[in-house]
Design a protein. Sequence first.
Length: 186
Amino acid sequence: MMRIALAALLLTGSAAADPESIDEKAVLCGACHGLKGVPEDKSIPIIWGQNPGYLYLQFRDFQKGARKDERMSAVAKNVVKEDALALAEYFAARPWPNTGAPAASKADADAAAVAIKSVVCTSCHLEEFQGDSSVPRLAGQQRDYLLKTMTDFRNRTRANNPGMLDLMNTVTPEQLSAIAAYLAGL
């Protein structure tokens, strides 16, 4: 919790040691998102190499309360638009890290293929699950984060993308787990 408070304080410019450059501000993001792009907490997303439009929109949704997270809502609260855009571009320019996640088991890959086809995930996230512009990359994302996110959409506790609410309710929790394992291993 102390890391979050410090990051929020520094990013909002309320501290005497206010970071000036985007590079300095981005280091603060590393407290949660990982200094080398892989968060220690597997329920936190990888943001290195993520699509810039998506990063900015999520930041904005945290600011407006459309997306809620105790950590990010506090950090995003007072960040100015220019810094949010610059941070999105900064992280998008970083290489996507290799998490070392194993490929999904055959059973998970098969179950994921059925669910992905029925939900038509590739219509937005594209064939290789790289996303585009404001659509997130899913390939290689943290398994725990993916499962939490899909479950939050399914349970309607994350509501900043109404289309996902209905889509995630067309598949079973077991299929969500298989999709998360499959995507993480790509």
